[in-house]
Design a protein around this ligand. Structure first.
Ligand SMILES: Cc1ncc(COP(=O)(O)O)c(C=O)c1O
Length: 384
């Protein structure tokens, strides 16, 4: 057998194993119907607002389309500097730097700043991009119970005081819709002489009077060493701003591998991001509506005795437990014109499979009522 045949045989075995466990994933083009699955939290895509901004950005644009190089070579453009300066002002930090994605940001920045001499304390439910970055850093690592600051304090006090200590967490957790007590976390980091790294992916655009995220809304932006703002969720686009001090930015430009060794984004995308954040800062009515809908959904689930964990945001899980139930509920909802996805291990811990509901500012009270009615109809007869 050739090396290529053997390789393909191994691939087949791996895929068959996933299929046996019912965990084979496949790509599906988005269906029509009520979207409770995408991360278009502000409905910038579904409302057509982003399309209008893109058309405006294209009209404003008279430059090249592709960047034609890395930012450190010929790929840099004034539009990046404008977007980065505006974003830093928006989120209350000294500087920001645009990466290709949240993945490139988390993996690159964690690897750059955290060394094998350091110790990382990471919330155990942090996103895969963070976990990958930590693994690649080679640092000693401890995973504290989800949002449990007592546990964090406890394990931090027992640590070996060697190198730097980092605490890594998120503003809103993608599978649970809950948040850490950021004030206490910042205090704890300072008491323990540790640095804080915060991923604001699911808070950007949604939290705070201008949508600048959790740290900004609490006046804490300057007390966090590294803030990461992926732009694929509320802003509806892609890319990620990494924010902090001016020195942080300069250092990333000089040494962050995922920033340096990659062709820069089309400069027009940076211009579009500037337009998007100007728009987002004025969307307070939409943010309030989103918060109202979240409350409506949680109250409805509560009245049906459905478990939504500790969600306090626009991400509301309906925790069912078994993978089979989650898949069955997702498929039944799809047949009724509702797109809300099942989330199963390894994305969530074993035994906590769920339907994750992502609410959007474009949903109406009637949309949420419709979802609640369909969820109710899926409850076993004896429970209704
Ligand atoms: C918390 C968090 N960080 C980072 C990412 C990755 O961002 P991106 O999709 O821009 O790579 C995601 C989701 O994709 C996320 O949920």
């Amino acid at each position: 057998m050739t090396a290529l045949d053997e390789f393909h045989q191994d691939l087949r075995r791996g895929l068959d194993r996933l299929e046996e466990k019912g965990r084979l994933r496949s790509l599906r083009v988005a269906q029509k119907g009520l979207d409770f699955a995408s991360n278009d939290y502000l409905s910038l895509n579904s409302s057509g607002r982003l399309l209008s901004l893109m058309q405006k950005a294209a009209t404003d644009w008279d430059g090249v389309v592709g960047s034609t190089g890395s930012r450190l070579l010929r790929g840099h453009h004034e539009s990046f500097e404008i977007a980065e300066e505006e974003f830093a002002t928006f989120c209350g930090t000294e500087s920001s730097l645009l990466f290709h994605s949240g993945y490139a940001a988390n993996v690159g920045v964690i690897q750059q700043f955290i060394s094998s001499e350091d110790t990382v304390f990471c919330d155990r439910l942090c996103h895969a991009t963070i976990l990958d970055g930590i693994r690649m850093s080679g640092a000693r690592r401890f995973y504290f119970h989800h949002n449990d600051l007592d546990h964090l304090r406890d394990i931090m006090r027992k640590r070996e005081r060697k190198g730097r200590s980092w605490i890594i967490t998120e503003s809103i957790f993608s599978m649970d819709g809950d948040s850490p007590d950021l004030h206490s976390l910042v205090d704890l980091a300072e008491e323990e002489d540790a640095l804080l790294y915060l991923d604001e992916a699911h808070a950007l655009g949604v939290v705070g009077s201008t949508g600048a995220g959790l740290a900004h809304s609490l006046g804490l932006s300057r007390r966090v060493a590294v803030l990461v703002f992926p732009c694929g969720k509320g802003p509806g686009l892609m890319g990620a701003f990494v924010c902090g001090s001016k020195m942080l930015r300069e250092s990333m430009i000089n040494s962050c591998r995922s920033f340096i060794f990659s062709t820069a984004q089309p400069p027009c995308l940076a211009h579009l991001l500037s337009l998007v954040f100007r728009e987002i800062s004025g969307m307070n009515v939409e943010r309030k509506h989103l918060s109202f809908l979240s409350q409506q959904l949680r109250e409805g689930l509560h009245s049906m005795n459905l478990d939504f964990g500790k969600s306090t945001s626009h991400i509301v899980p309906v925790i069912l437990g078994s993978e089979e139930d989650a898949m069955r509920w997702m498929n039944s909802l799809a047949l009724r014109g509702i797109d809300a996805r099942a989330i199963r291990p390894p994305s969530v811990p074993e035994g906590s499979s769920r339907i994750r509901v992502n609410l959007h500012a474009g949903h109406s009270v009637t949309d949420v009522e419709c979802l609640l009615k369909e969820l109710y109809s899926l409850l076993p007869v004896g429970v209704r």
